[in-house]
Write a protein that binds this ligand. Structure first.
Ligand SMILES: Cc1cc2nc3c(=O)[nH]c(=O)nc-3n(C[C@H](O)[C@H](O)[C@H](O)COP(=O)(O)OP(=O)(O)OC[C@H]3O[C@@H](n4cnc5c(N)ncnc54)[C@H](O)[C@@H]3O)c2cc1C
Length: 451
């Protein structure tokens, strides 16, 4: 019997589609030409079925590819060479919500947007805000340690996780951490699972801490004549000690391809910052931010109404898709560099694009030194795809040369596979391999990824 047939017998017909639907073979890297092949997709109803599926695969040495919302930019959820895709979308229950204790316990398939809304409806705040919140799942966010604009002040997903439930080899459910905020008993296995990209096990539930929602949050946008002037403004904000919640940049080409819902001069480099807190605090911080960003700027815009501010963040969330739409496809990497090297990395992105004859642009989480550098291409054009691959490899080298890292938030996945060795010492790579072996002795969880 086929793998799918046997799994249908084990888990029920509703949990294993007869044929693998095409959407489970791709993620956001599809326009880079990445498409996988799977023997079956499993849609477990609960953590018990995840454990049954893993145990079945582990015994028969069948690769297991965990999948969340499929919004990843690293090809992490793409099954490279057969095996079973375990998609968490039906694990979408809220296990418990205790607003008075600032705690939320959810299954892994709950979307990021639902986590944020649940918190918000009780006056609480879950700060991580990766840009595909309506599709990405909290389990996928944990597996990539997803960031987003507000990670600058509040940290990425892992900073909000107090406990995890997961299924590890050979089909064993485990729980690490819990509904408590500190835990130094034993090694920090929770943090090892955070950012592990489905290579150590499958996350089935997540315990999150929340905070009271800030009373107000207001953005300020400044336009600058050059990359250097814009990055100087970013450094001035940091150096001034202003505790901004988000500190983003968009280069002039990005602004041309994805014009914002606010007035700025043509060909300007844009900095977008936000302050939050009590109304009085926000009024004071906003005035200071306008001063700091305004110094040497060619324009400053500070939206005031709820509608303007919501439209601004909706636009920011859509920048990546607007840029991709300009040519139908894009290949990009999310390199990260020390803050003082940001301007160099932005200009070098454009230079790399020129040297490979590809239009390019970049935007990103400036305060974190995290660029989203992109090369635009026509999907299906083999020559452009090959040139984009070489351009991306140059970008990863650039990150290492500038003292940074090849990924700030999207992960290594498939698209950066083979590049870890360039910036991790042999002894560190040895520890990486030992951790992998300890969790997954047969190497069946997401093979070919994060290596
Ligand atoms: C428009 C857009 C904007 C984005 N903006 C940001 C941003 O600002 N910041 C950012 O960090 N990312 C961003 N992303 C990338 C993406 O949304 C994140 O990486 C997100 O965390 C992926 O979640 P997912 O549920 O879609 O995971 P998937 O894409 O399904 O999977 C990603 C990885 O996690 C693993 N995985 C998924 N679920 C589980 C699980 N339950 N257990 C174990 N492993 C699992 C997969 O095997 C894969 O390796 C953006 C993407 C888009 C399309």
């Amino acid at each position: 019997m086929s793998i799918a047939g046997e799994l249908r017998g084990l888990l029920g017909e509703d949990a294993v589609p007869e044929r693998v639907p095409a959407r489970y073979l791709v993620d956001e890297t599809e326009s880079r030409g990445l498409r996988g092949r799977a023997d079956a997709v499993v849609l477990p109803r609960d953590a018990g079925q995840v454990a049954e599926a893993v145990a079945w695969c582990y015994e028969r040495e069948v690769p297991i590819v965990p999948r969340g919302g499929g919004t990843g930019y690293a090809g992490g959820a793409v099954p490279l060479d057969g095996g079973v895709v375990v998609s968490l979308e039906r694990l979408d229950r809220i296990c418990s919500f205790e607003p008075l204790l600032w705690r939320l316990h959810v299954e892994a398939g709950v979307t990021t947007g639902d986590v944020r809304r649940n918190a918000r409806e009780s006056g609480l705040y879950y700060p991580p805000d990766p840009g595909a919140a309506e599709q990405s799942q909290i389990g996928g966010n944990v597996a990539t340690n997803a960031g987003g604009p507000h990670a600058f002040k509040y940290g990425a997903t892992g900073a909000w996780v107090t406990g995890l439930e997961a299924v590890v080899a050979p089909g064993e459910p485990i729980a690490v951490g819990g509904p408590f905020r500190k835990d130094v008993a034993g090694y920090d296995l929770k943090s090892l699972l955070v950012g592990s990209e489905g290579t150590l096990g499958i996350v089935t539930a997540v315990r999150l801490r929340l905070i009271p929602a800030p009373e107000a949050a207001v953005p300020v946008i400044s336009a600058h004549a050059s990359t250097r002037a814009g990055c100087d403004a970013v450094e001035r904000v940091v150096g001034s000690g202003l505790a901004v919640a988000a500190l983003e940049y968009l280069d002039a080409e990005t602004m041309r391809l994805a014009p914002g819902p606010f007035p700025i001069p043509d060909r300007a480099f844009v900095v977008l910052a936000e302050v939050d807190g009590s109304r009085e605090e926000v009024a004071r911080l906003r005035a200071e931010l306008v001063d700091v960003l305004g110094e040497h700027a060619i324009a400053v815009h500070a939206p005031e109404t709820r509608e303007e501010i919501d439209a601004l963040w909706r636009w920011r969330d859509g920048v990546s898709l607007s840029v991709r739409a300009s040519r139908g496809g894009k290949a990009g990497e999310d390199i990260v560099v020390p803050l003082e090297r940001l301007a160099e990395a932005i200009d070098a992105t454009a230079e790399i694009g020129r040297s490979h004859r590809l239009p390019s642009c970049s935007w990103g989480h400036a305060g974190d030194g995290n660029l989203h550098s992109n090369f635009l291409l026509a999907p299906g054009d083999a020559d452009e795809l090959a040139r984009a691959g070489r351009a991306c490899a140059d970008l990863l080298e650039l990150a290492v040369r500038l003292g940074g890292s090849i990924s700030g938030e999207h992960g290594v996945g498939t698209v950066k596979a083979g590049h870890l060795a360039s910036h991790r010492a042999a002894a560190v790579l040895g520890l990486d391999a030992a951790v992998k072996r300890a969790f997954d002795p047969k190497g069946l969880f997401n093979p070919g990824k994060k290596e």
